[in-house]
Design a protein around this ligand. Structure first.
Ligand code: AMP
Ligand code: MN
Ligand code: MN
Ligand code: MN
Length: 279
C-alpha cells in the first residue's frame, strides 16, 4: 500500500481530545485519510476502538501514542508508532506517567487555589472523560467554563504556561525511557511538533543528536502547529540526520485544532515518509 494521505498524530477523549476514538476514526476516514494512528497522550486505552473502526471503514491503521518526556528541563513529546500495544514495559511506563499526571494535577489545583481559584482540580476532572489522564487542557476548559478567560488559548497564556500561576514543574519520563519503551515494543520513535519547543538551534541539534543516538528514527515535518518555515527547517534537519519524516494534524477537536484530520500539506517529496518503517 502507498498511502496518499496519512495522518499520524491526533487525540481522543482518552486524553485531551474532544471526540471519542470511534468519532475520530470516522472523521479521519471521511476527510480522506488512508493510513491513520490515534496518538493520545500517555495512554493507549483508545486503540482497540480505533483499530476496530478503522477496519470497519477500510482505513489503514497503525498503533500510536504521544509520550510526555523532559529533556534537560524542556518538556518534549515523543510519538511512538507501530508498536505492540500489549507490550508490558510500554504499558507500565504509561501507567506511571498517568499516576504522575494525577499528582501534578493536584499541585496545579493547589497553585490555582492560592491565587483565589479554588476547586480547579475537581473542576478539571469533570472535563476529563478518562479520569486517569488529566491534562492542562482539562484545566483550561474548566477555567473557561467558570468565566476566568474567554477561551482555552488565553487561559494557557495567562495561567498555565511556565511562569504563570497555575503552571507547576513536573518530572515526566526521560528521553531514554520513552525511546526504550517504544523500540522494545517494536515501534518507531518520532519527535512530535519540533517547531513548538523553546530551544535555540544549537539546543535542538543537541537534542536530535541524543534522540538519534538513543534509537530515535523520525521527526514530524508537516504538522498542525508548523508554519511553512518550520516545514522547510525540519525537512532540512530530517535530511541532515537521515530521519524519516512524519505528518500529523495533532487534531484535538473541531474547535480547538489548528488543522483538521488529513488536511495537511504533503511532505516535501524527497523525504522518506515514516510509514515506510512501519508497513
Ligand atoms: P499537558 O500534557 O497536560 O501539559 O497539556 C498539554 C496539552 O495542552 C497539549 O497537548 C495541548 O493539547 C494543550 N495546549 C498546550 N499549550 C496550549 C495552548 N497555548 N493553547 C491551547 N492548548 C494548548
Ligand atoms: Mn493535547
Ligand atoms: Mn504534543
Ligand atoms: Mn498531540
Amino acid at each position: 500500500m502507498t498511502p496518499a494521505n496519512f495522518d499520524f498524530h491526533c487525540h481522543s477523549v482518552v486524553s485531551d481530545g474532544l471526540l471519542p476514538p470511534h468519532e475520530v476514526a470516522r472523521r479521519a476516514a471521511a476527510n480522506g485519510v488512508d493510513l491513520w494512528a490515534l496518538t493520545d497522550h500517555d495512554d493507549i486505552g483508545g486503540l482497540d476502538e480505533a483499530r476496530a473502526v478503522a477496519e470497519e471503514v477500510g482505513m489503514g491503521y497503525v498503533t500510536g501514542v504521544e509520550i510526555s518526556i523532559e529533556w534537560k528541563g524542556v518538556p518534549i513529546h515523543i510519538v511512538g508508532l507501530g508498536f505492540d500495544d500489549k507490550d508490558p514495559a510500554l504499558r507500565g511506563g504509561l501507567d506511571e506517567l498517568r499516576i504522575g499526571r494525577l499528582e501534578r494535577a493536584r499541585r496545579m489545583g493547589d497553585a490555582l487555589a492560592a491565587i483565589g481559584i479554588p476547586g480547579a482540580y475537581e473542576g478539571a476532572l469533570c472535563f476529563a472523560t478518562n479520569p486517569s489522564l488529566i491534562s492542562r487542557a482539562h484545566f483550561a476548559r474548566y477555567l473557561v467554563s467558570i468565566g476566568i478567560a474567554r477561551d482555552v488559548s488565553s487561559v494557557f497564556q495567562h495561567y498555565l504556561t511556565p511562569g504563570k500561576p497555575g503552571y507547576v514543574d513536573h518530572r515526566w519520563a526521560t528521553l531514554e525511557e520513552a525511546i526504550g519503551w517504544i523500540t522494545a515494543a517494536g515501534g518507531v520513535p518520532v519527535v512530535a511538533h519540533p517547531g513548538r519547543y523553546k530551544m535555540s538551534g544549537a539546543e535542538m541539534r543537541h537534542f536530535l543528536d541524543d534522540f538519534k543516538e538513543l534509537g530515535g528514527q523520525g521527526v514530524e515535518v508537516t504538522c498542525g502547529s508548523h508554519s511553512p518555515d518550520h516545514v522547510m527547517h525540519f525537512a532540512r534537519l530530517a535530511r541532515h540526520y537521515a530521519f524519516h519524516a512524519s505528518r500529523g494534524s495533532d487534531f484535538h477537536g473541531p474547535v480547538e485544532s489548528y488543522v483538521d484530520l488529513g488536511k495537511l500539506p504533503q511532505l516535501p517529496e524527497d523525504l522518506k515518509p515514516i510509514w515506510r518503517m512501519i508497513l
